[in-house]
Design a protein around this ligand. Structure first.
Ligand code: SF4
Ligand code: SF4
Length: 152
């Protein structure tokens, strides 16, 4: 991990180094969940079904370094993607910074640990099921917006 500048998360996303970009992720795990799209309205519908490589208890990728070999369509967020992907959660650090908003108050870069994020309910750890065990994905529609702390 390279040098992280003091309060780098307040800088425009385009100015972040690669290490700073990686460090911005809160590890909530929301981007590792399958989404459905309403064919008529185009609306994105959240599910609690996780990518097979996600550890559902920690919300961390089991093999981040080699993930593309196992999950070729795993999204590697770039600045351009942050501006175009329609389903990043309200709480996502990249989305918020791209929109010129501050990090949520519970973000580990502000609090020093991920405990506040877990307390706020923003982590999906322990709340999801692996795609390998889930069965029909339509049975797993959730509204994460109902979870406490999603928008703080
Ligand atoms: S939703 Fe955003 S902050 Fe959360 S894990 Fe994905 S990239 Fe990181
Ligand atoms: S491969 Fe890893 S980082 Fe990519 S979606 Fe799956 S769990 Fe998430």
């Amino acid at each position: 991990m390279g040098e992280l500048r003091d309060r780098f998360w307040e800088l425009p996303l385009a100015e972040l180094s690669r290490a700073e970009w990686e460090a911005l992720c809160d590890g909530c795990g929301r981007c590792c969940l399958h989404k459905l799209e309403d064919e008529e309205t185009g609306e994105i519908i959240d599910t609690n079904v996780a990518c097979k490589l996600l550890d559902t208890e920690t919300a961390q990728c089991c093999d981040y370094r080699h993930r593309k070999a196992f999950v070729p369509d795993c999204l590697r967020l770039t600045l351009k993607l942050v501006e175009t992907v329609p389903w990043l959660p309200e709480t996502c650090a990249y989305r918020r910074r791209a929109e010129g908003r501050p990090l949520p108050g519970w973000h580990h870069l502000l609090t020093g640990s991920r405990e506040a994020m877990v307390r706020a309910g923003a982590s999906i750890a322990g709340k999801v099921v692996s795609e390998e065990d889930a069965g029909p994905i339509e049975h797993h529609i959730v509204d994460w917006g109902d979870i406490e702390g999603q928008d703080r």
